[in-house]
Design a protein around this ligand. Structure first.
Ligand SMILES: Nc1ncnc2c1ncn2[C@@H]1O[C@H](COP(=O)(O)OP(=O)(O)OP(=O)(O)O)[C@@H](O)[C@H]1O
Ligand SMILES: [Mg+2]
Length: 269
């Protein structure tokens, strides 16, 4: 198992945000966390990347207990995060933003840059533009590209489709599938549950700091409770201004991921 979250409790002051979350992400998977506002999705990702301390519980990554490892070491260990709200450095150019993603490593990053530019041709066209003047969708691409510069084993994505027009939402989800196809494991947090469940292998449903359900993503797409709580109203709300609900229906779903083979050779180091 690449990432194992074991009964984690996390507090903001006296407020318990996570009340005993356990979850696993295997190498090669796309796993999604879905849940309403305030369920604890962002907190879970921040705790994995070391931005929030654990009150109790543990996190293992690539066979190592990282519960107390500082965040910058987790980046070096292979945990990459594209944060909620993107966090692009507005005064730096696109290329400078991308290079910041590799700051913890040494050497020549031309190969990584070329890969990111291949995934996001728009970033290549705009490499000298200030990050802050990029559009919302472009900044989202930049945030994902920057996280990829650190060559993560697992990429943590917090609401990558937030605020994007339906067409761009499709594009971002296709790119997530492509990143995964090229070998990066993905832990995806989304309010857009319908899309997330279409690209993910497995999913966890969070409610007020707890996991209330975990299952193969395709099962949750058919789960009446999940449909009622997260897919019915959620899908409509996601369509956003100026787009008709039909638009979402008509858009072909992003290619479903191939199932991850359980070959059991989690090569021990
Ligand atoms: N900095 C903070 N200080 C105090 N409470 C916080 C802080 N950040 C989050 N919380 C609380 O922790 C809980 C979980 O928040 P979190 O941001 O993880 O939710 P989320 O599932 O990501 O929600 P959303 O879908 O709205 O992004 C919420 O009750 C929230 O109010
Ligand atoms: Mg959040």
């Amino acid at each position: 198992m690449l990432l194992e979250i074991n009964d984690i409790h996390v507090h903001y002051g006296k407020i318990a945000a996570l009340k005993g979350i356990s979850a696993e992400v295997d190498e090669g998977e796309i796993v999604t966390l879905i849940g309403a506002n305030g369920a604890g999705k962002t907190t879970t990702l921040k705790t994995i990347s070391g931005l929030r301390p654990l009150t109790s519980g543990s996190i293992r990554f690539a066979g190592q207990d990282i519960s107390k490892m500082p965040g910058h070491k987790r980046v070096l260990a292979g945990i990459g995060q594209s944060p909620e709200g993107r966090g692009v450095f507005p005064g730096m150019t696109v290329e400078e933003n991308l290079l910041m993603g590799a700051y913890a490593r040494r050497g020549d990053f031309s190969k990584e840059l070329a890969e990111v530019y291949e995934l996001f041709p728009r970033l290549a066209e705009r490499k000298s533009q200030a990050g802050g003047t990029m559009s919302g969708g472009e900044q989202q691409m930049l945030a994902i590209g920057r996280a990829l510069m650190a060559k993560p084993k697992v990429l943590l994505l917090d609401e990558p489709s937030m605020g994007l027009a339906p067409k761009l939402v499709q594009q971002i989800f296709s790119i997530i599938v492509e990143i995964n196809r090229r070998g990066t494991t993905v832990l995806l947090v989304e309010q857009n549950a319908s899309q997330a469940l279409q690209v993910a292998h497995r999913a966890y449903v969070l409610e007020t700091g707890r996991v209330v359900k975990s299952a193969p993503a395709s099962d949750l797409l058919d789960d009446p409770q999940v449909r009622a709580a997260y897919l019915g109203g959620g899908a409509e709300a996601q369509v956003g201004a100026g787009a008709s609900a039909d638009c979402l229906e008509d858009t072909p779903p992003v290619a479903a991921p191939e199932s991850v083979e359980e070959d059991g050779d989690a090569s021990s180091s």
